[in-house]
Design a protein around this ligand. Structure first.
Ligand SMILES: [Zn+2]
Length: 161
């Protein structure tokens, strides 16, 4: 990388650290010719990920929005932000591993529900109720029943185990 002060192409790295949850490396460099210091950033080049919304419009995937939705669902629950942030990162990772350039917003919603289910059941039901826009109380109750019976099975397993 050329020195921004004198244009010399060689520099030595003084310090190197991971930033942005490990998605980038920040390097402090010193020019080998003029001795002045500058900073460089290295990132993996990510292909764009577009979200197809319900109305057919596309927008760039935004992990902060995913996190925001989870934070809202977890209101007044004592879930550390770190846990939700990790879940949001996992959602993005899984979407990118599907190696498509476009994902339906419903795919994101399903993944978020899956993550919340493993984190907090109340948050999961809250998110699911908003996300799936249950048109009647019946379908919401079905979801709850499914959740409760799943939990029941889980408990039975652990008693036997
Ligand atoms: Zn220089």
């Amino acid at each position: 990388m050329r020195c921004p002060h004198c244009g010399n192409p060689s520099s030595k790295v003084l310090d190197s650290r991971l930033i942005e949850d490990g998605a980038a490396v920040k390097r402090r460099r010193e020019c080998e010719l003029c001795g002045r210091r500058f900073t460089t950033y290295e990132r993996v080049e990510q292909s764009p990920l577009l979200v197809i919304k319900r109305d057919g419009r596309r927008e760039a995937f935004d992990r902060q929005k995913v996190l925001g939705g989870m934070v809202k669902a977890c209101e007044k629950r004592s879930i550390p932000l770190d846990v939700l942030n990790e879940a949001a990162i996992a959602v993005e990772k899984e979407l990118r591993e599907r190696s498509k350039e476009e994902v339906a917003s419903s795919e994101i919603g399903e993944l978020v529900m899956e993550k919340l289910k493993g984190i907090d059941e109340v948050a999961y039901v809250r998110f699911a109720s908003v996300y799936r826009r249950f048109t009647d109380a019946g379908s919401f109750m079905d979801e709850l029943r499914a959740l409760l019976s799943e939990r029941g099975r889980g408990e039975n397993r652990s008693e036997k185990g």
